[in-house]
Write a protein of this length. Sequence first.
Length: 440
Amino acid sequence: MKVMKFGGTSVGKPERMHHIAGLVSNESEPVIVVLSALSGTTNALVEIGDAIARGDRNGAKQSIDKLEAHYQAFIKDLVKNDTSLAKAKAIIAEHFEFLNIILKISFSEALSKDILAQGELLSTKLFCTYLEEQGKDHLLLPALEFMTIDHYDEPQIGSIKVKLTQLLQQHKGTKIFVTQGYICRNARGEVDNLKRGGSDYSASLIAAAINASVCEIWTDIDGMHNNDPRVVKKTVPIEQMSFDEAAELAYFGAKILHPASIWPAQTYKIPVRLLNTMEPKAKGTLITEEAGSVGVKAVAAKDNIIAIRIKSSRMLLAYGFLRKIFEVFEKYRTPIDMITTSEVAVTLTIDSDLHLNDILKELEPFGTTEVDKNQVIISVVGNEISQTEDIIKKLFGSIVNIPVRMVSYGGSPHNISLLTDAGHKVQILQQLNKGMFGLE
Ligand code: ADP
Ligand code: ASP
Ligand code: MG
């Protein structure tokens, strides 16, 4: 059994849904199809939730109506016969009625998650309506029946495995299973999600849970590229990389993969393939335990980084000092991305300001703190790159004109990271493209 995940643009137009219906029914083994919401939907739902939260019910109503009109137009080209159209209309009516009811009741965090879930619920039900019209045997597996997270928002892989296996065993002959990416239930039993871009994570978790032959992530580009194609003109796809390399790239900003989407596949040794829905014959990127080659493969940028410097001449390098600092971040469940130390100061970076004020307050006894917001981490990723000849010369040689605030080298053999002001991001990615990959 394999997993095939299709992102927002892959389901965003009726003809794309037709196309992916063709792709999933051509498979020789049974498939679990994981779908995102149609492109633009989750952004619209975020907007609706925000408008309701700030009491702007008119604004929210307008956004709901606009989104509904989009779906009404979508289904006209999705299905042909009247029965299917009536079914599709009923699906839209059900979900938009729900959004309109939410407008009338008092807002809560839990309700905002319910709003966000509507996108994946709609896309999967509409896709199934089309499969039904085409006479293709299939089954909708509701993600809310098996995808769960614990009190710390961590997926419960053990129970996902048990529940999913039971569901699949009840429908042994079925070839096409369809389920929602992104959405899940939390420890309180409420509807929740795996954070933006989380359908990749759902796919990897499902692949791990069922011990899939492969986890295919179908998107709008032919695999992981050597640089961010949204920023740099000439980029090229990478044929093969290791789980470690892919995890570094996903975590450090390569948007094609959700930051946490690699570990389930890696832990359960499921190969991951990144493929292009618009160009299904293109090779894409294969991600396995094997890196395939040595040397630098790609660079990525992680935005919205905050650097915190803690300066203390008295006790910095005394043992136990770093532990006390780390405990503050642990208390607020805030991961540290980069760290450098000197005799009198330690600087570290975080990617969320959610608990920044509390963290700074608790750091006060350890020395003076300085905070720099609007930073960006640039990561150079590859296999054994720290041992690659001339790497440092090439790396710094290509960005001599750009001030670098921090460097992390040797933490992993697959990554060298730099911290710089966000304003330098575009220039640094472009110059690295030329200096490290010879691409302009
Ligand atoms: P989906 O909706 O299918 O999940 P995403 O928009 O989340 O798709 O991810 C695909 C996009 O990721 C591409 O269109 C591309 O612009 C962006 N991207 C950023 N960095 C990279 C990279 N290194 N390689 C490939 N794509 C990247
Ligand atoms: N629809 C969700 C989002 O836009 C999840 C996903 O597409 O992966 O973030
Ligand atoms: Mg995505």
